[in-house]
Design a protein around this ligand. Structure first.
Ligand SMILES: *Cc1c(COP(=O)(O)O)cnc(C)c1O
Length: 386
């Protein structure tokens, strides 16, 4: 490598741009090339430059893996083809009969993977309110191996105490996995709070431009790292070199994007909180949010996901139809503002009574606040709510 970069001493913004990204050794290209190759020529039997076949490893992917691992403060990082395949690779640490305790309002795709795929292979899951460490502790069984939480959750923005759960996991000999997609390592670094595994849908803030699907796992544990590398090789749910490159391009601006996302989200949340049509507003940055103090303590920002409840489903539909900048779409975390109707979109697979228990009303609207001018976003909402 031309100039070895010891990124560990640098701040987050510098690491976002430089970690894992020494100039290309053959040309000096400042940007890690898209190594669009399946195989690598060997000099002789067993003599190669560390790359043999791209399912196992690829230099563009390696750059991404070093970059995001550095941002999460983890010694090991692994890129996957999607957030779902990343979560699946983690769950393959388990054997039939093993038990997982998970947050009860996880991303719908995670619940679907657990219930409709992994239960068929003999894994057992309990879904609990992960904002209560005592409640999580009560759900533990002799065969509990993994505690899987999202914080804040989607779409209720329930905040879980990462350090408290890490303490419980440690005491009980189980592994805490945190899905850190919503806040990104810019605002929240679960490993610093004691989690051993962090997972991402890189499709969201890490990529940041709504143009790629990807997943990522960072870990402190050498045995888990060995398992994940083996899963990349044995199962093959890896990102293409181009997809790895797109996410690497995204992480360079993660810090500036997250600052703008949050600045805009605070303005939008304040506007909604004062608007009579919004019966309830769920945003951890609002002082009356039940997880506000905890969110403030364990993260350096509140992110840019906001849910709010209107008078009725008809009113929600009318508002969705009238928004001009916020686009009606699933997903989140891109530069453009999106809006969705959780009950019929992201959370449609959850039975109605379960949705009701979780508080996901038919009159709820969820925003992913982008980085446009905040005045335009507030004006768009004001006009739609009129
Ligand atoms: C989107 C998402 C996932 C799934 O990731 P994909 O990249 O869509 O496979 C997992 N967890 C959370 C919190 C997400 O928002």
């Amino acid at each position: 490598m031309a100039r070895e970069k010891d990124a560990s001493a640098w701040g987050f913004d510098t690491r976002a741009i430089h970690a894992g990204q020494a100039p290309d050794p053959t040309t000096g290209a400042i940007i890690t090339p898209i190594y669009q190759t399946s195989t690598y020529v060997q000099e002789g039997i067993g003599r190669h430059k560390g790359y043999e076949y791209s399912r196992v490893s690829n230099p563009t992917r390696t750059a991404l893996e070093q970059n995001v691992a550095s941002l999460e403060g983890a010694p090991h990082g692994f890129a996957f083809a999607s957030g779902m395949s990343a979560i699946d690779a983690i769950m393959r640490l388990l054997s039939p009969g093993d038990h997982v305790v998970a947050s009860d309002n996880l991303y719908g795709g995670s619940t679907r993977l657990f219930r409709m795929v992994l239960e068929r292979y003999g894994l057992e899951f309990s879904f609990v309110d992960s904002s209560s460490v005592a409640g999580v502790e009560r759900a533990l069984r002799a065969r509990t191996r993994i505690l899987f939480v999202e914080t804040p959750t989607n779409p209720m923005m329930v905040v879980a105490d990462i350090a408290g759960l890490a303490g419980l996991a440690k005491k009980s000999g189980i592994t805490l996995v945190v899905d850190n997609t919503f806040l990104s390592p810019y605002f929240q670094r679960p490993i610093e709070l004691g989690a051993e595994i962090v997972v991402h849908s890189s499709t969201k803030y890490l990529g940041g431009h709504s143009d790629v699907i990807g997943g990522f796992v960072a870990t402190t544990r050498a045995d888990v790292a060995e398992h994940l590398a083996f899963m990349q090789k044995a199962v093959g749910a890896i990102p293409s070199p181009f997809d790895a490159w797109l996410i690497l391009r995204g992480t360079k601006t993660l810090a500036v994007r997250m600052r703008q996302h949050e600045d805009n989200a605070r303005a939008v949340a304040a506007f909604l909180a004062a608007h009579p049509a919004a019966r309830r507003v769920y945003y951890p940055g609002l002082p009356d949010h039940p997880g506000h103090a905890l969110a403030k303590r364990q993260a350096s920002g509140f992110g840019a996901m906001i849910s709010f409840v209107l008078e009725s489903r008809a009113r929600a539909e009318a508002v969705l139809a009238r928004l001009r900048i916020f686009a009606l779409a699933e997903s989140l975390g891109g530069v453009e503002s999106l809006v969705c109707h959780p009950a019929t979109m992201t959370h449609a697979s959850i039975p109605a009574d379960e949705r009701e228990r979780l508080g996901i009303s038919d009159a709820m609207v969820r925003l992913s606040v982008g980085i446009e001018d905040k005045e335009d976003l507030v004006a768009d909402l004001a006009a739609a709510l009129e």
